[in-house]
Design a protein around this ligand. Structure first.
Ligand code: NDP
Ligand code: NDP
Length: 314
């Protein structure tokens, strides 16, 4: 037991990151059934789809699960209303100011966690009354901070300056990395990329296969002036780099990005023209497994490494 397992009523302090187009009810319920905390990624869901996924998740697991809600979502009030109506008890918010919805959610008995990429926003989240923060480092896939603070530097700095529980994210996909995060002072870990290469993830198989073949250096933080996002290199990524090197304006970059790039790449499987959001840890992911196998592997490695380190005499 620790602060995070107690806060959510779960077995292992492993949170599955809410990932647009990748984390529907099937992934979320599988993670919760395996002893972690599954999150439905609401950012890519129209309101009726979100409700559908919440209802299916409730049927698929008796364990706690939550919803990840990017606060810049187009129809956010509708999502909040559905979360309250459906009695969702855990919400992870990101990409916005946690002051806006935390009091309302907490009034309805929801535990609220906010995802941040620096100390400043972790402190603001604590002031806003959240129950815990996720500190997500530079290694992470998808939307990311511009300051390039790595998980190794971010986590101890935040731990030293806040008093609520902290969940580390970014670059964590194994038991060793989980142990490292807890050694840095985190109370839990949020894992995204490793769960893309799972049977239950809703991503297109073409995207899952790209994650398996990704090597060191194949992901980059890009579109920093528009919306910093870590992407797997492909034809779309190359077009972005060319446009940035030419000095294209923000408006031109917006036109190049267009609408629905993330859906195209990750859900429809157009892996050259779409956006592929995944973290640096993809270089160590080589196999599509079931969620329960992934969590078992992580916990076996975590416990073995913990034992190994406890035997070191210095
Ligand atoms: P399923 O594929 O299991 O389908 C659930 C129901 O929706 C079935 O009755 C199915 O009909 C119907 N359906 C699925 N896709 C379509 C479609 N393109 N057009 C019309 N009907 C469709 O879906 P899930 O339970 O996994 O997910 C429910 C919905 O959420 C789906 O529409 C899916 O595309 C979407 N989704 C969205 C995600 C996101 O991030 N936005 C992530 C995962 C899923 P039938 O059995 O006849 O095919
Ligand atoms: P775009 O503006 O390019 O496209 C919007 C996409 O979201 C479309 O594919 C659309 O589906 C879908 N969508 C779901 N609900 C709505 C809605 N109410 N209104 C309009 N579109 C909707 O955005 P992105 O694909 O880049 O990002 C989508 C969302 O996900 C944003 O809220 C963004 O902040 C968030 N996001 C979250 C991430 C995370 O990791 N949590 C990572 C990246 C983005 P359709 O094509 O079927 O119309």
């Amino acid at each position: 037991m620790n602060k995070i397992t107690q806060l959510f009523g779960i077995k292992y302090p492993i949170i599955q990151g809410g990932m647009i187009w990748c984390s529907g009810w099937e992934l979320a319920s599988a993670v919760s059934n395996a002893g972690g905390l599954g999150l439905i990624g609401a950012g890519s869901m129209y309101p009726d789809i979100l409700r559908d996924h919440i209802v299916k998740c409730k049927k698929a697991t008796n364990n706690p699960f939550g919803v990840n809600l990017p606060l810049l979502y187009a129809d956010i009030d509708h999502h909040i209303q559905i979360i309250i109506e459906e009695g969702v008890k855990i919400v992870f918010t990101s990409a916005g100011n946690p002051r806006k919805f935390t009091p309302l959610l907490k009034k309805h008995g929801v535990k609220v966690v906010h995802v941040t990429s620096n100390l400043l926003f972790a402190k603001k989240s604590e002031e806003a009354g959240v129950d815990a923060v996720v500190s997500e480092g530079f290694e992470a896939g998808g939307h990311n901070g511009r300051e390039e603070i790595t998980t190794m530097c971010l986590v101890p700095n935040v731990v030293n300056n806040i008093s609520i529980p902290l969940i580390a994210a970014g670059g964590i996909g194994s038991g060793r990395a989980m142990l490292a995060a807890l050694s840095l002072g985190a109370d839990g870990v949020q894992i995204g990329s490793r769960f893309i290469a799972s049977k239950e993830c809703s991503a297109h198989i073409n995207f899952k296969n790209k994650v398996l073949t990704a090597k060191e250096g194949d992901t980059m933080l890009s579109l920093k002036d528009l919306t910093a996002v870590r992407l797997l290199k492909n034809s779309f990524y190359n077009q972005v780099v060319e446009a940035e090197n030419r000095g294209d304006s923000i408006e031109d970059l917006k036109i190049l990005l267009g609408r629905g790039r993330a859906k195209k790449g990750m859900f429809l499987g157009e892996v050259e023209e779409g956006e592929l959001e995944v973290g640096q840890v993809s270089a160590s992911i080589n196999e599509i497994l079931s969620v329960s196998q992934i969590i078992d592997e992580i916990m076996i490695e975590f416990n073995a490494e913990k034992q190994r380190i406890s035997e070191i005499k210095l």
